[in-house]
Design a protein around this ligand. Structure first.
Ligand code: ATP
Ligand code: MG
Length: 294
């Protein structure tokens, strides 16, 4: 067996994330899950003879097709372990926080040095973005959805508090959303561009996730909400929403470089023969790591 390589795999509902550890360096890779046969072919070809650990909702499914010595790890445990390591190098001063993982769906965890608890979850997530965007606009491509969302305006689709309290001072800030998508029904003659619809979908998902995350943070006495997941990786509009709306809810938003690889990192960290201090060094200089994306 080639002992110089270690690989952590996070097989999620939409994407398979891989982190390779080789000669003191980390390499990252993402594959689209929908085309499972291609992924399997890739895994078989590339990972033969390497130390592997797999996590994620689809871990069992892929595990059957991987070398028999491949380790398995529970998804939440791996995600929190990896995120804790990333936090230690990127925000070493923060000892407990809320981790919001915006994957296909969204799971919310309380994480501290010694423990991690799954605190909440919500069916709104990256999968909702893809599914609703496809239903409403016919667009299936992630990059097109992201680009349209960034160009669009929500004001012709969402009802704000001020829209309802016309001419009167509202009891809460007027710019807040009173009802996502409600204007589309109330003013049925208006045309809504594809971009506006995509922006409204992102708005609904982002606001809901932030609202729940901030409540969970309050419940656990935390100030910081750390957002991870591939839904955020190039979706600057969603990221901006989380960045702006979280302080509105009284909490501090944080984003982790390589946060979407938390699960795969966590899985990697449990493999035998990894020098923990070299791994820590590699985490700290992550920006120099090679990123092989798609
Ligand atoms: P879960 O953790 O819920 O099982 P997952 O681990 O597959 O799912 P992530 O990889 O964190 O979830 O995020 C998946 C989301 O990332 C998709 O729903 C989509 O919004 C977004 N995404 C980013 N890039 C792509 C891409 N190339 N193709 C499809 N979705 C993408
Ligand atoms: Mg996931």
């Amino acid at each position: 067996m080639d002992t110089s390589f270690r690989v952590g795999i996070d097989a999620g509902g939409t994407l398979v994330k891989l982190v390779y550890w080789s000669d003191g360096r980390l390499f990252f890779r993402k594959l689209v899950n929908r085309d499972a046969l291609n992924v399997l072919e890739h895994l078989r070809r590339d990972l033969e003879g390497k130390h592997l650990c797999i996590t994620g909702g689809k871990a069992d499914y892929y595990w059957q097709h991987l070398p028999p010595e491949t380790k398995k790890m529970a998804e939440f445990e791996a995600t929190c372990l990896g995120a804790r390591e990333l936090m230690a190098s990127q925000h070493p001063d923060i000892s407990s926080w809320i981790l919001t993982n915006i994957g296909t769906g969204t799971s919310i965890h309380y994480v501290s040095q010694g423990e991690s608890v799954r605190a909440a979850g919500i069916g709104l997530g990256g999968g909702t973005l893809m599914g609703l965007a496809y239903l409403l606009t016919g667009i299936r491509d992630y990059d097109e959805i992201v680009a349209g969302s960034l160009r669009g305006q929500r004001s012709s689709i969402d009802i704000t508090v001020q829209d309802i309290y016309q001419g009167i001072t509202p009891p809460i800030p007027g710019h807040l959303t009173a009802s996502n998508f409600a204007k589309a029904w109330a003013q049925d003659e208006e045309e809504h561009s594809t971009d506006d619809q995509l922006a409204a979908i992102t708005g609904m998902i982002g606001e809901s996730i932030v609202t729940i995350s901030a409540q969970v943070a309050e419940q656990y006495g935390c100030q910081d909400v750390v957002y991870i997941g591939s839904t955020l990786s190039s979706h600057s509009h969603l990221k901006q929403m989380c960045a702006e709306y979280t302080p509105n809810r009284g909490k501090n938003p944080l984003f982790l470089h390589y946060g979407e690889f938390s699960g795969a990192l966590g899985a990697l960290m449990t493999l035998p023969g990894i020098d923990q201090s070299r791994l820590r060094q590699a985490f700290t200089s992550l920006n120099q790591a090679t990123n092989i994306d798609f």
